[in-house]
Design a protein around this ligand. Structure first.
Ligand SMILES: NC(=O)N[C@@H](CC(=O)O)C(=O)O
Ligand SMILES: [Zn+2]
Ligand SMILES: [Zn+2]
Length: 344
């Protein structure tokens, strides 16, 4: 049995760091071994302008210890008011790499999101022209569409036309959760890729609902039935270049998760690469971890691969039951469970 695994230093292509005290905890968790991360803009208020992104970038950098080279790759939050001029300014800043499309009210802090995707066409064209990527939370929001069907419905409602109409625009279908999304991305042209979270590879909706309601496994898009989990696993096992690591680590305080109306989001940063290693080994595809975690993302974004490496050791450890944020607590994803691999 392999006892150590050395891979090119990974990047996280979908990460929520929040702000204030939580930012300090979350940034340091991810900066332990990730080189870069795409930082989600769904703060309150959202990061919609280049100057917001620049200020947030500085706040993230200020949390890191001396000598830590973790590089936040910033994103802007698209709204109905975003203009092509906003895009030109963002691209010129050099720190903004992508823009995030949240259909209004699809997920946490998305109330300012886009109400009419088609009306943003000039903005998408400006993004293609200036080389910014479009990152998509792909779920429709109509109340009459079942929550388990919202991702598949989004493909027909928006994804197909976005991809067909904007061949110059690089699009990432974020945190995919269904067989339909995996199949769509695998069969789509080269300008579309996807991220997959650890929880959607490891779990299905039974892990959320069977034998008790597990709020720490609740995220959006919600965990789907096992056949979808298997489709995601099979997609990753093909070794496709179109799918890469994006944890969607999304911390919410324990009280906000364990609540009558619990928040969506799994805080996986304390064990991110170790969670992926666990499931990749379980699937017999540990040899595919490096490309997924460290090659496919930068290749798709048009950024250089990292030069340094990290080493995982086969040494069982337990994910902490909780993590302190000042006097309050976060419960990590997989809390109290044992993982086989760790980064020293
Ligand atoms: N994934 C989640 O369940 N939550 C994310 C938002 C998101 O990525 O949709 C969050 O910001 O909490
Ligand atoms: Zn999302
Ligand atoms: Zn997210």
């Amino acid at each position: 049995m392999t006892q150590t695994l050395t891979i090119t230093r990974p990047d996280d292509w979908h990460l929520h760091l929040r702000d204030g005290a939580m930012l300090n905890v979350a940034a340091n968790a991810s900066a332990r071994y990730f080189s870069r991360a795409i930082i989600m803009p769904n703060l309150t208020p959202p990061v919609t302008q280049t100057q917001d992104a620049q200020a947030y970038y500085q706040r993230i950098k200020q949390c890191l210890p001396e000598g830590n080279a973790f590089e936040p790759l910033m994103t802007l939050y698209l709204t109905d008011a975003t203009t092509p001029a906003t895009i030109a300014e963002a691209a010129a800043s050099g720190i903004v790499k992508a823009c995030k499309l949240y259909p209004a009210n699809a997920t946490t802090n998305s109330a300012h999101g886009v109400t009419d995707v088609k009306a943003l066409r000039p903005v998408f064209e400006a993004m293609a022209e200036h080389g910014l990527l479009l990152l998509v939370h792909g779920e429709v929001t109509h109340s009459h569409i079942d929550i388990f069907d919202r991702e598949a419905a989004f493909i027909d409602a928006h994804m197909k036309s976005l991809v067909a109409d904007l061949p110059q625009l690089k699009i990432v279908f974020e945190h995919i959760t269904t067989a339909e999304a995996a199949e769509f991305v695998m069969n789509a042209p080269d300008n579309i890729a996807a991220t997959i979270t650890p929880q959607h590879l490891m779990y299905n909706r039974n892990h959320l609902l069977a034998g008790g309601l597990r709020p720490h496994n609740y995220c959006l898009p919600v965990l789907k039935r096992q056949s979808h989990q298997q489709a995601l696993q099979e997609a990753v096992a093909t070794g496709t270049k179109k799918i890469f690591l994006g944890t969607d680590s999304a911390p919410h305080l324990q009280g906000a998760k364990e609540s009558a109306c619990g928040c969506a989001g799994c805080y996986s940063a304390p064990a991110a690469i170790e969670l992926y290693a666990e499931i990749f080994e379980h699937l017999g595809i540990l040899d595919k971890l490096e490309a997924f975690a460290s090659f496919n993302g930068p290749d798709f974004y048009g950024l250089p691969r990292n030069q340094s490496t990290i080493t995982l050791s086969r040494e069982a450890w337990q994910v902490p039951e909780s993590v302190l944020v000042g006097e309050q607590t976060l419960v990590p994803f997989y809390a109290g469970e044992t993982l086989s691999w760790q980064v020293k």
